[in-house]
Design a protein around this ligand. Structure first.
Ligand code: PSV
Ligand code: MN
Length: 384
């Protein structure tokens, strides 16, 4: 038994939208081999799992990933060795939602937003998904534009309607975001607001922490710890950021922060399968190749988790008890500074996986084959 055995059974969920065209509001770049439909997104996602053994689920975004026959999409995924994961609702690409969705002043629009979630639940029944992820883009741009409090009441009412329609195995994952698309006040701007709504709803409602959705300098690991204490950390949306919601490769901007987050996870045993925390990615690869971008992301999470598993918890607890500040900090830093790449490659090899998944993917010929086969693909997450 070694510390890295803690990786057994650990999985990461990849987003279907990471494989489609994406960009900023200035330009959505088109890439050769871009998926032409949700089936091809799943095929791309399966490549990530094939070389890493770490990513057996794919999140869907509705309506982006709508197909005629959900059980057929499910069968397609399972044939490729992956499953369909969380279903993300989309409340941000309809003219009706200009002034909000579940918080909109007009009851008709609020109804439409609730109906959309009931539709997502129907899809989940066919795909076998258990998580309904709700990110609320609602908010205000100007003080006085609408009643801050009134919007919370409407939100609570809409969420209750959705919650009441859940099956026993379903969960709501409620995401928060500090700003964007609204700039004065989002209606779920922070983890406290999300948690309050979840507590009011019941045990099947949990918070999603998207690492890019905080003010710069926020101590995210504190939020992780607090949500774990309450049993309400349902999922992560991992990505990294330098300035705003950059959606860059997780661990690229601040690998030490990722390590600190995963240290809190390990301390609570929440990395273990069955902990109820869904480790998802939410990223866009605007300039880099998408499948290798996802492979790199998955490996970055694995590496940070491996380092967190190396923390000598007993020695750390003793140093903390003794008030030995420098020893405690040194124990944490020793784990962070350990080079785990060789040990992880050995682990992969022992499991019949390539030692270096990035090289294995590059050598597979998959990128060239899709570039030739897929002509005219426009499947997009963002903008296109
Ligand atoms: C919003 O910025 C968000 O983080 C939500 O999770 C959306 O569903 C996702 O991005 C889309 O990329
Ligand atoms: Mn997100």
């Amino acid at each position: 038994m070694t510390a890295l055995d803690g990786l057994d059974g650990f999985t990461i969920e990849v987003p279907s939208w990471a494989y489609g065209n994406s960009g900023t509001r200035f330009k959505v770049f088109s890439r050769p081999g871009v998926p032409r439909d949700p089936y091809e997104k799943i095929s791309d996602a399966a490549q990530v799992h094939r070389v890493t053994g770490l990513a057996p689920r794919v999140s869907l975004h509705i309506p982006w990933d709508t197909v005629d026959d959900w059980s057929d999409l499910r069968a397609h995924a399972e044939k490729l060795g992956v499953r369909l994961g969380a279903v993300n609702s989309n409340l941000f690409q309809d003219d009706d939602y200009r002034l909000g969705s579940l918080c909109h002043p007009d009851r008709r629009i609020r109804e439409k937003a609730v109906e959309h979630h009931l539709h997502c639940l129907e899809i989940m029944r066919e795909t076998g998904s258990t998580d309904l992820k709700i990110w609320l883009p609602d908010g205000l741009n100007y003080p006085g534009q609408d009643s801050l409090r009134g919007r919370q009441e409407r939100l609570a009412e809409g969420l209750q309607r959705i919650y009441a329609a859940l099956d026993p195995e379903h969960r709501i994952l409620l995401e928060y975001k500090l700003f964007e698309p609204a700039f004065y006040s989002m209606d779920i701007p922070d983890w406290g607001t999300s948690l309050l709504h979840c507590l009011a709803l019941g045990p099947q409602a949990t918070v999603v922490l998207d690492t890019g959705h905080h003010a710069p300098g926020t101590n995210i690991e504190f939020i992780v710890m607090q949500l774990l204490r309450q049993g309400r950390l349902g999922a992560f949306d991992f990505n990294s950021r330098f300035y705003a919601d950059d959606d860059l490769i997780v661990g690229a901007a601040d690998p030490f922060q990722l390590f600190r987050i995963l240290s809190e996870i390990v301390t609570a045993g929440a990395h273990r399968p069955g902990s109820g925390v869904n480790f998802m990615l939410d990223q866009c690869h605007n300039i880099e190749d998408k499948i290798p971008g996802q492979i790199r992301s998955v490996l970055n999470v694995e590496q940070a988790l491996a380092k967190a598993l190396l923390i000598d918890q007993e020695a750390l607890a003793a140093a903390q008890r003794d008030g030995d500040v420098l020893a405690a900090n040194g124990i944490l830093m020793d784990a962070y500074e350990t080079d785990v790449r060789g040990a992880l490659a050995d682990r992969r090899e022992a499991r019949g996986l390539p030692r270096d998944p990035m090289t294995a993917y590059a050598a597979s010929g998959y990128a060239a084959s899709i570039a030739t086969a897929r002509v005219g693909g426009e499947q997009a997450g963002w903008g296109a």
